[in-house]
Design a protein around this ligand. Structure first.
Ligand code: I6G
Length: 690
């Protein structure tokens, strides 16, 4: 590239990065994912490194963040708050280790303090004589915003340090973040009120800290983990009576890990995942371990932070302009990416729900290539203000299905067009309708609709229902398309000769399939109910219905009132059940199935065999002494009902490790909470052992 085109590119990059910095740091409204920002910053740094004469003092590569907001007073950091450099691949990580080794020629091995990289906001807390006197954001590293009043409301931050062994002045640096459960609750609340939701926990934490009214911050349930120290001083009076401050770093340990432990002893939260590693050789294992634990952690992270532990070595390594040389953020693969929405198609589900599906330009995100994403319903499309042709941010976290997070409005082309919902079912052309108070549009064709027929049969034969081995989705689709089956009952009228004619079906597979279908004739009442695919009747509700009504006739005839006496059944589910049995086409299929299938009568236990009869339990969190399903069936054997959600009807919540929002809800509703140990004791009381 010629020098003039390099200058042009630098100007373009600086302009774009400055805009993104402003949106991210000042407005808390990022318009592109971090990967895109990182990519532009890397390109800029790369050009500037190769062409040092083109580097200017005002380049965004030279500063850490955006400006402090005007509405908060400013705080001058006595010691700058730095940022961290990033690596994204094993090769880049190894190159960093090599640089460390080259800079420490006489040091054979050194310990590493390893921490998860929280997706939050760096803050500095100043304690004087043990009292929290000031809290500030990082800002541009030298000047931050004074957020003392808001930070005071964070429950895990002490207002006074524990004990009396601390320097007169100590600045604690750490990350303020919003735990996943609080983030989910906050967004649910926003949705209920029709307010705008936050894109991710980092934005939610930033938005909450930047509230001018600290009462709002107090309600946001923010948390904090310390990651280091800034200024450490003692206050002295000279012989002349003058008050001066003097460095008191000798109070601090010579190991970074030990320093975090010192802070912990003073009452400051330390991330429980922090580990002291023996050498750089252990970093990959730590990275993999944290990557695997990511979804089970109660807070969002985007990588690990690895620091040379020995402070003397840290001092030898020193700093580059923006960051310490002794620390590195080793980031996880991006969970967010940019792509183009090429089209929106409509799928018809088992219950007739018409779901818009985004067809995307394929993009590699969260470790896989993504080309589709569900758009849920019209409300979601309205919320995103989405148009076909838009550039969108797509997010794929862990095993969660890909989601469109937002639209990059600046990149909307002139040719972008609206998403138009179909007026007729795209499969059977029946009319479409929206139920009362529903966001979802549905096909009214019922089992007349090919799509619903296929989905009903797939659900009927699925693993949790009748578990018909060898009847995959593709085979169901073929059988329906060839008009060989139209309802689940038709499965029982298939024979080997017919099945053999299907694609990729040998004689043996056909025989095995017919055998599996035969085996499934005998079932349980709960499975029979579940397999019908009534809207919102999952396994637990089906089992509760079976145990409550004991016979299928009783379930069929139940009215709205009697259905709501069953645990887990509210007015909506009760209405779904009644409406299901009101449809002629459903009754025809059900009667057909009743004449084909059998299930044993449910044994009615005497009261002394059912000491927990009518007691509703909810299980949450990880149970370490037994599996969840084991606990559930033991409770059911004592007559208890086990529900999936906490409500005012719940009698007990069993809270295992890392219990989240269900525990909070139970506490709010005054539901009795049992530990796993208390549950085991309850079983023992009824002569059940695990
Ligand atoms: O922004 C940061 C987040 C986490 C950090 C950091 C950290 O350690 C776990 N450590 C340092 C040294 C800095 N920023 C400058």
């Amino acid at each position: 590239m010629s020098e003039s085109s390099l200058i042009l590119r630098i100007n373009e990059l600086q302009k774009q990065i400055n805009l993104y910095n402003h949106q991210y740091y000042v407005l808390d409204q990022p318009s592109v994912p971090d990967v895109e920002y990182d990519r532009l910053m890397r390109e800029l740094i790369d050009i500037e490194t190769k062409n040092p004469t083109l580097k200017t003092l005002d380049s965004p590569s030279q500063k850490v963040g955006g400006q402090a907001l005007k509405s908060f007073s400013q705080v001058q950091h006595q010691m700058p708050m730095l940022s961290l450099d990033n690596v994204f691949s094993p090769d880049e990580w190894q190159a960093f280790v090599k640089r460390l080794q080259d800079r420490l020629p006489n040091v054979e091995t050194f310990k590493i303090c390893a921490e998860p990289k929280l997706d939050g906001l760096a803050v500095s807390l100043r304690f004087e004589k043990g009292v929290l006197v000031q809290a500030a954001t990082r800002g541009d590293g030298n000047t931050g915003e004074n957020i003392t009043e808001n930070v005071r409301t964070i429950k895990s931050i002490p207002l006074r340090l524990i004990g009396d062994d601390y320097p007169d002045i100590i600045e604690v640096r750490g990350e303020v973040f919003m735990p996943k459960a609080s983030f989910d609750q906050l967004n649910e609340q926003a949705k209920r009120k029709g307010e705008k939701s936050f894109a991710n926990p980092r934005n939610a934490a930033a938005g909450s800290l930047r509230q001018l009214d600290s009462k709002i911050t107090a309600k946001r349930n923010l948390a904090f983990y310390a990651y280091g120290v800034g200024v450490v001083q003692n206050i002295k009076e000279t012989d002349a009576g003058e008050v001066i401050t003097a460095n008191n770093e000798q109070w601090l340990a010579n190991s970074h890990y030990q320093r975090l432990c010192q802070l912990k002893d003073l009452g400051l939260p330390m991330c429980p995942e922090v580990k002291l590693l023996e050498s750089t050789d252990d970093c990959d294992t730590f990275y993999q371990h944290i990557l695997l634990s990511r979804s089970s952690l109660s807070y969002e992270i985007d990588g690990t932070v690895l620091k040379v532990d020995d402070i003397k070595l840290q001092q030898r390594l020193g700093f580059v302009a923006r960051a310490p040389r002794w620390a590195m953020a080793y980031k996880f693969p991006a969970q967010e990416e940019l792509t183009i929405l090429e089209d929106v198609e409509f799928q018809v589900g088992r219950t007739g729900a018409i779901t818009p599906v985004a067809r995307l330009k394929p993009v590699f995100v969260g470790g896989v290539t993504v080309s589709n994403a569900t758009l849920h319903n019209q409300d979601e499309i309205d919320r995103l203000a989405l148009k076909i042709g838009d550039t969108v941010i797509i997010r794929r976290a862990g095993d969660v299905i890909p989601q469109i997070v937002s639209v990059v409005i600046e990149r909307r082309p002139e040719t972008a067009r609206d998403v138009v919902f179909p007026a007729q079912c795209p499969v059977c052309q029946s009319a479409v309708a929206k139920g009362e108070g529903e966001a979802v549009l549905r096909c009214t064709g019922g089992l007349f609709c090919g799509a619903q027929r296929k989905e009903a049969i797939k659900h009927f034969s699925s693993r949790k229902a009748h578990d018909i081995d060898g009847l995959g989705d593709k085979l169901v689709e073929q059988l329906v398309d060839e008009n060989l089956i139209a309802t689940p009952a038709d499965l029982f009228r298939l024979n080997e000769l017919v099945v053999c004619t299907m694609e990729r079906m040998g004689k043996k597979s056909a025989a095995n399939l017919i055998k599996s279908i035969e085996v499934s004739r005998t079932t349980t009442l709960a499975k029979f109910i579940y397999a019908l695919g009534i809207r919102e009747v999952g396994e637990t509700t089906a089992s509760n219905l079976a145990n409550h009504f004991l016979t299928f006739d009783a379930v069929k005839q139940a009215d709205l009132e009697s259905l709501q006496k069953v645990s887990d059944v509210g007015v909506i589910v009760a209405r779904n059940i009644v409406e299901f049995f009101e449809q002629t086409h459903n009754i025809e299929v059900v009667t057909d199935l009743e004449s084909i299938m059998t299930w044993p009568d449910i044994e009615v236990k005497s009261a002394d065999q059912q000491p927990l009869a009518d007691q509703i339990f909810v299980l949450t969190g990880t149970l370490n002494l037994m599996g969840r399903s084991e606990a559930k069936s033991m409770l059911q054997s004592l007559g208890a009902k086990v529900s999936g959600s906490v409500s005012a009807k719940t009698h007990f919540l069993v809270a295992g490790e890392k219990a989240g929002s269900k525990l909070t809800k139970a506490q709010d509703l005054g539901v009795e909470v049992l530990t796993e140990e208390a549950l085991v004791a309850l079983f023992a009381q009824h002569r059940l052992s695990i």
